[in-house]
Design a protein around this ligand. Structure first.
Ligand code: S3P
Length: 188
């Protein structure tokens, strides 16, 4: 089945960008890079692209310009990347908050929700201090709040892969299996 795209030409499922969505700390960037290598596709990281476009780190964008400006820039970058050639794309955890980004993802990507239990995510985010939305907050409480708002959006993904407690290599294989089933279903 070829879904009708509201953004540009409809893209057959096999030729779509693979977009990883999910909370910060689930491993979208690391797994995305490995998945791209495994599939022989280029890889883009939304946050890295935003930083390149702004000439500032994500933390500095939040601190100097505020979250609303960050979200506007994030939506522009998502549109540019999703309008471009097929790739594996690690989206920022909050990218799905933007309605247009959601529409473009639906029209142009196969979306994969990397889901992990919140304790796994907390353990991972404690290792780095680069996330402005966690600064000065209890990570579990902050992540619970995000989960409440975002899980309905993540749940609309084409595929959901549970990556709780698993190593990155296992997550890559689980995503490849889910994608293969999705692609062969699209052929039928
Ligand atoms: C955010 C997630 C981050 C980054 C920014 C905001 C969010 O990306 O875009 O700190 O709102 O969840 P990662 O999900 O790659 O950590």
């Amino acid at each position: 089945m070829i879904p009708v795209a509201s953004h540009g030409e409809p893209i057959p499922v096999h030729r779509r960008t693979i977009a990883l969505v999910g909370l910060m700390g689930v491993g979208k960037s690391t797994v995305g890079r490995r998945l791209a290598k495994r599939l022989g596709l280029p890889f883009s990281d939304g946050d890295v692209e935003i930083e390149a476009a702004a000439g500032m780190t994500v933390s500095d964008i939040f601190a100097r310009l505020g979250e609303a400006e960050f979200r506007a820039g994030e939506a522009r970058v998502m549109k540019r990347l999703l309008d471009g050639p097929r790739r594996v794309l690690a989206t920022g955890g909050g990218a799905v908050l933007n309605a247009e980004t959601r529409a473009i993802l639906k029209a142009r990507a196969v979306t994969v929700w990397m889901r992990a239990d919140l304790q796994t995510v907390v353990a991972r985010v404690r290792r780095r201090d680069t996330r402005p939305l966690l600064r000065g907050r209890d990570p579990l409480e902050a992540l619970k709040g995000m989960a409440e708002v975002r899980y309905p959006y993540y749940a609309a993904a084409d595929l959901t892969v549970d990556v709780t407690g698993g190593a990155h290599a296992e997550a890559v294989e689980a995503i490849v299996s889910a994608l293969e089933a999705h692609w062969s279903g699209a052929e039928a």
